[in-house]
Design a protein around this ligand. Structure first.
Ligand code: MG
Ligand code: MG
Ligand code: MG
Length: 317
């Protein structure tokens, strides 16, 4: 059997059963945005992410500064989705022997920008030669309360932290490889190349979110993780989904359906989370898009119609 036949989630499920966790200090193991451990009363969050050349990026098509920025941001996003702040990272490099120094120098410039922005440090790691560029980042964060994927309960409201869908449009624009781009297209590309993890919402998520996930694979796919872990149904109200102006222009110009981008686009690194009604007041200036109910699955409410949405998030294998 090939690993690709199992798919990313099937593979993780199989492998994690081979190494059962039996440690009272592990609060959460596999299956959330981060793992969580209790070290003498302090909750630590552990997470990792890898960028592989020709899989996640193409060397001649990416600005290495953006690559560095994005690797840190995607990890910080997972920590924030669990209510935490990022603290310490380790970076492991696999580099082809003939790689020009300038490329990795610029990746580190991107790291520095992100480390300053998120107020954290890289304190170690490892280096090896390899046939393709591999950047593997491991991050430790801290929290006072672990916000899992499994805390959604009927009657809670579903929020997203901002407009979404722009990153996928930005990626498509980049892949078009045009010699010039309109201003709105440049802005969409930036959503893809320079995503900002929502560190500004960290405190409110830690205090008032009952469940939370970061939108890396697409809204429906990621909400489906909350739905499965929390054993609830989630209704998204179509009228409440925010429409980004530049994404609207993009969809008009290239004849696309904007809801494909909002529901299934990935790599926005915004947060989707559930909140008790009495705590909705803390999230007034962001977007309430739906509600949690008893049952299972993700549904879109369009006027009086209820449409079942199948998750088709990005699988990495
Ligand atoms: Mg995540
Ligand atoms: Mg991640
Ligand atoms: Mg979470």
């Amino acid at each position: 059997m090939k690993v690709s036949e199992l798919g990313e989630f099937g593979l993780i499920e199989r492998l994690s059963k081979l190494i059962p966790i039996n440690d009272k200090d592990v609060v959460v193991g596999f299956g959330d945005d981060t793992a969580c451990i209790n070290v003498n009363g302090q909750l630590l969050l552990l997470t990792g992410d890898i960028q592989v050349e020709n899989r996640h990026f193409i060397k001649d098509k990416i600005d290495p500064i953006d690559l560095g920025w994005k690797l840190i941001s995607s990890n910080v996003s997972d920590v924030v989705a669990c209510g935490g702040i990022p603290r310490w990272g380790l970076i492991s490099l696999g580099l082809p022997k003939d790689l020009e120094y300038e490329f990795i120098h610029n990746v580190y410039k991107g790291f520095k920008q992100a480390l300053d922005y998120y107020k954290m440090f890289i304190i170690g790691g490892n280096t090896s030669s390899s046939s393709e560029i591999i950047l593997d980042f491991f991050l430790v964060g801290e929290t006072e309360r672990f916000v899992s994927r499994s805390g959604a309960k009927p009657d809670q409201a579903i929020f997203i932290s901002d407009e979404i869908g722009m990153s996928r449009a930005g990626l498509e624009l980049l892949l078009m490889g045009k010699s010039s781009y309109e201003d709105f297209e440049k802005r969409l590309i930036k959503f893809h190349t320079r995503p900002k993890a929502r560190i500004d919402l960290q405190y409110k998520i830690q205090k008032y979110a009952e469940s939370c996930i970061d939108i890396s694979d697409g809204l429906v796919g990621d909400l489906n993780h909350i739905s499965e872990k929390s054993k609830v149904k989630i209704i998204i109200e179509k009228d409440k989904l925010p429409l980004n102006d530049d994404l609207k222009k993009y969809c008009e110009k290239y004849n696309k359906n904007i809801y494909d981008y909002i529901l299934y686009g990935g790599e926005d690194y915004q947060l989707a989370f559930s909140v008790k009604n009495e705590n909705k007041k803390y999230f007034e200036n962001i977007f309430e898009i739906g509600v949690v109910q008893e049952g299972k699955g993700i549904y879109l409410k369009d006027k009086e119609n209820l449409i079942k949405l199948e998750p088709k998030g990005f699988e990495h294998l």
